[in-house]
Design a protein around this ligand. Sequence first.
Ligand SMILES: [Zn+2]
Length: 239
Amino acid sequence: MNRLEFFHTGLAILGMSLFETDNSMKTDPKLLIGKGSPKLVGKNYALLAEADKAFQEMSAAAQKQGIVIKMVSSYRSFEKQKSIWNRKFSMFKSHGMSDLDAVAKIIEYSTLPGTSRHHWGTDIDIIDAGPAQEGDFLLAQKFHGNGPYNTLREWMEIHAQDYDFQLPYTKDEKRSGFKYEPWHYSYAPISIPMLRQYLDLDHKELIFTTDLMGGAVLDHGFLESYIKSHVLGINPSLL
Ligand SMILES: [Zn+2]
């Protein structure tokens, strides 16, 4: 091997190893749409180990201030999201709504299966386990004023970022898509690269290969605008 060949072989090896390193950092596309089998940890919830480690540290810090963070939602599969979607669609239809209105109502708070941040094992819905609780947990007014979770919200607004958790669905009125969700936090170091990779997937396949209710409304045009308004209608620090 002459020096030039040696140089080229070296480049090829380097190229190969770079490629492999890059590949290993990528998430299996199936995991991004809730159809894989991610390695998750947690007793009464399920998160990626790195996100859980940060969550545990954040919880311990909150506990020192008398706030017991309780996770009410974490990883959710495509199938689970589909059952939520279909249940809500049936319910809104039974109230006499058109397909379009029912879908519009669902996507105030719930995602199209295959597009949920809860598919990633990085996103959580939390409440304060301390205060006595009746009815629905996840209502914005419970996180403000005299609501039972006001203290938790205030603490999270100051400290969550120290543990790399961010609110995707902020109160910012210029934000499009899902309504304000003071309970939903995302572990940014993993969810940001996941979102970037997710945007490169062929989303259209997700919709047309499943038995989702509201199918006639869920065409390519809907999906395109939904991705712009909802998937991307988040806190800019998570983009
Ligand atoms: Zn959520």
